[in-house]
Design a protein around this ligand. Structure first.
Ligand SMILES: NC(=O)c1ccc[n+]([C@@H]2O[C@H](COP(=O)([O-])OP(=O)(O)OC[C@H]3O[C@@H](n4cnc5c(N)ncnc54)[C@H](O)[C@@H]3O)[C@@H](O)[C@H]2O)c1
Length: 388
């Protein structure tokens, strides 16, 4: 890319990052713990430098994305080590992205004397223990969603992170996607007026293997959690009530062996009086399906799917897009992954609050647990009913 293009791209990504951060910061309850003082953000045992030295735990699908982003797309970060349960995977990933060290034991990242921040990209069931170990070693933490698979674990994690005075950001990358960030800004600018209803559609192209489902914490906690966070981000207030329908319609094994559902419709009611639906499925023949609409007293804001190209075919059959939407999250949210990485590194380097916190992760998880309870009990569930 030519230098001028690079600086334009950086400026655009900074804009999206700023818009996302500005959007999330406008609603007082989002992101901050009740009573958490600004001073808390300044208490860090890991001394930040202008170039943040980081380690990565997990070199799977999302670990590869973060390794690439940290190596090539975030000038203020320097990845020093990547580990994976399978050392050969860590080694080949390290070689591919020019990361000097690799291994198989996550404690090697945690105890590395030069590493200041840890990227937790392992299966969800391991997040809590790896966050706690990292915090106790004085490292800042960037954690993939969800924070943990049980709410009680989330509370344990949050306490240790606060006690250790390190920063922790949860990877809710959609906040940093240019479409989501712009849509949030339009709501903040008053385009919609008083929000009445919203519709979030989020469907994966193909279901994951049962082995993934078993370690995921279930569809609401693993997949819909992004939508629950986006709903809070867009509404700028808390969800009060959840009503869920769900079934196993795509892959019977997800139900019989994974004990989970693969198709769900969840209704959310918010403090501002707005209500809306989250429409999830583990399979979508037309590609990764990510659409949003928010409707209110003054108007409506919406966006549809992103495509690899804008080419349209018009012939005797129909007028149509030449392509299907992007095939999965890696491509669809490429820009968002970069923006969230830059935002977290900036917050550590400049000692500012993280733009998507553990408290945001906890709130989304409460909604996920309310959805599961609603599904099991066949009734609307107040989020206030969900206790650790
Ligand atoms: N934000 C997003 O868009 C997004 C997308 C996908 C996954 N995720 C989250 O990222 C996490 C990982 O998901 P994935 O799809 O990359 O899974 P994955 O199975 O592809 O990768 C996980 C990796 O962790 C490794 N691992 C297992 N135990 C380990 C240990 N003790 N120490 C080090 N490494 C270990 C595995 O060998 C594997 O390579 C999950 O929590 C998931 O919810 C987030």
């Amino acid at each position: 890319m030519a230098p001028a293009m690079i600086s334009l791209a950086r400026a655009a990504s900074r804009l999206a990052t700023t818009a996302a951060a500005r959007g999330s910061g406008l609603a007082a309850p989002l992101g901050a713990a009740p009573g958490l003082s600004a001073r808390r953000h300044l208490q860090s045992s890991a001394e930040p430098s202008k170039t943040l030295k980081v380690g990565i735990i997990g070199a799977g699908r999302i670990g590869q994305v973060h390794a690439q982003t940290l190596a090539y797309r975030c000038p203020s970060a320097e990845p020093l080590m990547i580990v994976d349960y399978f050392p050969e995977v860590a080694k080949s990933t390290a070689a591919e992205y020019g990361i000097p060290e690799s291994g198989s034991d996550y404690m090697d990242v945690v105890n590395h004397p030069d590493i200041q921040a840890v990227w937790v990209c392992s299966p969800s069931s391991l997040h809590a223990e790896q966050i706690i170990a990292s915090a106790k070693a004085g490292k800042h933490i960037f954690c993939e969603k969800p924070l943990a698979t049980e709410l009680a674990e989330v509370d344990d994690v949050m306490k240790v992170v606060e006690d250790c005075g390190v920063k922790m950001m949860l990877a809710f990358q959609r906040r940093f996607d240019p479409n989501f960030a712009r849509l949030r800004q339009a709501i903040v600018d008053g385009v919609v007026g008083d929000p009445f209803t919203f519709r979030l559609t989020s469907r994966d192209p193909a279901p994951p293997p049962v082995e993934y489902v078993l370690k995921s914490g279930g569809l609401h906690n693993d997949m819909a959690i992004h939508d629950f966070d986006v709903a809070r981000f867009l509404m700028g207030c808390e969800c009060t009530e959840v009503t869920a329908l769900g079934a196993c319609r795509v892959d019977p094994k997800i139900g019989s062996e994974g004990g989970d559902i693969d198709t769900a419709l969840t209704m959310l009611r918010f403090e501002n009086g707005a209500f809306g639906t989250v429409d999830n499925c583990r399979q979508s023949p037309q590609g990764y399906d990510q659409r949003v609409e928010v409707f209110g007293s003054k108007g409506q804001v919406s966006f549809g799917n992103n495509y690899p190209s804008g080419v349209e075919i018009a012939d005797g059959a129909s007028v149509r897009s030449a392509d299907l939407p992007h095939d999965f999250f890696l491509k669809r949210y490429e820009e968002a992954y970069k923006n969230e990485t830059i935002a977290f590194v900036d917050s550590v380097v400049n000692n500012t609050p993280v733009p998507a916190s553990g408290w945001d992760g906890r709130a989304a998880m409460v909604m996920a647990q309310a959805a599961k309870k609603s599904l099991n009990e066949g009734r609307p569930v107040k989020t206030s009913e969900i206790q650790a």
